[in-house]
Write a protein that binds this ligand. Structure first.
Ligand SMILES: [Zn+2]
Length: 329
């Protein structure tokens, strides 16, 4: 089925004065609802409040994915893998094209997500480790300004993402992840709204003092290893089965500790699952029935607040007492 999407629904608040153009994007994945509500709430709340620059709000980036309550559009495509899309392609390709064209007009991109139906995710702001140090530092500043407990810089090389469109255009960009599963989490909305307002204050786009992030509360990891940010590749399930998780998002776990079990409903046999790394459990699969190779969850190698930097070869450097002043210079 091909649906033609010549425009994308967007709202704009313009101060009428010079300043940055922010693109606040949600609905790239159609089963991630809290960010859609964030977009509308901020649009209402910020009317008449912006003192410089402008904000473009795109609440529903992939219409057919929302209509099918799915990560994927009705063409089966994931918008976050096909950017910059195709103006005359399938429905998701057209949405990817329109989103990508909008990104190129922005000075900052904020792409809001959740774990969707499949995952629960620890609150995080993420970005690619951009090769331009100025862009990278602006992304660090944006991510830290959200005040979420996890800040995650990853391999910037994967293509097809909204962030890779921004990367190629030299536009600072971050994405947000928090929660997921069935049901609606108003605390995710509250956290994203508060973080966006803080970023806007930090950028001088709305009045008020911005709140500096507290280094002693932030788990900050920058991991340059290949595909370090690829969630769907984490902890592949060894078999089909019924997934019984013991680990919980937000906990610390030791490598080799019990992660959960996989039960076979036909034979009744169970297989124990163990943590493949020590650190913070930041990702957990929500669905009970899993297939072989499905990502069951993820651990980040950070055990306390502060910063961990991992180079391409996997060598880690820890800074327990991290100073944010160089980022907010
Ligand atoms: Zn998503």
């Amino acid at each position: 089925m091909s649906q033609h999407t010549d425009t994308i629904v967007k709202m704009v608040l313009d101060s009428g004065r010079d300043g940055p153009h922010i693109l606040l994007l949600s609905g790239v994945h159609g089963d991630e609802y809290e960010p859609m509500i964030v977009n509308h709430r901020l649009y209402q709340q910020l009317k008449g409040q912006i003192v410089r620059g402008r904000i473009t709000f795109v609440p529903n980036g992939n219409e057919t994915a929302y209509q099918s309550a799915s990560r994927y559009g009705t063409d089966g495509l994931d918008l976050a893998r096909i950017c910059p899309g195709n103006r005359t392609g399938t429905c998701s390709e057209q949405s990817a094209y329109l989103v990508s064209e909008l990104i190129k007009t922005a000075d900052y991109l904020i792409d809001m997500h959740t774990g969707g139906v499949l995952y629960d995710i620890f609150p995080l702001a993420g970005y690619g480790l951009h090769t331009n140090p100025d862009v990278l530092n602006q992304q660090r500043r944006m991510a830290l300004s959200y005040g979420l407990p996890l800040v995650w810089g990853t391999d910037p090389r994967p293509d097809g993402r909204t962030l890779s469109v921004a990367r190629d255009a030299g536009i600072p960009a971050i994405y947000l992840e928090y929660g997921g599963g069935t049901g609606f989490r108003s605390y995710v909305v509250d956290a994203y709204v508060a973080g966006t307002l803080n970023l806007l204050r930090q950028l001088g786009m709305i009045a008020g003092e911005w709140i500096k992030p507290a280094p002693e509360k932030v788990f900050w990891i920058e991991d340059a290893r290949q595909d370090s940010g690829f969630l769907q590749g984490k902890m592949p399930s060894p078999a089909d089965g019924i997934y019984l998780a013991d680990a919980r998002v937000g906990q610390q776990i030791e490598k080799g500790a019990k992660w959960g079990r996989l039960a076979n409903p036909v034979t009744g046999t169970t297989t124990d699952l163990f943590a493949d790394e020590s650190g913070l459990v930041f990702l957990m699969r929500n669905t009970v029935k899993v297939g072989e190779g499905d990502a069951l969850g993820g651990i980040l190698p950070i055990t306390q607040p502060g910063k961990v930097t991992i180079d391409e070869e996997g060598n880690a450097t820890k800074e327990p007492e991290v100073d944010f002043t160089s980022v907010f210079r």
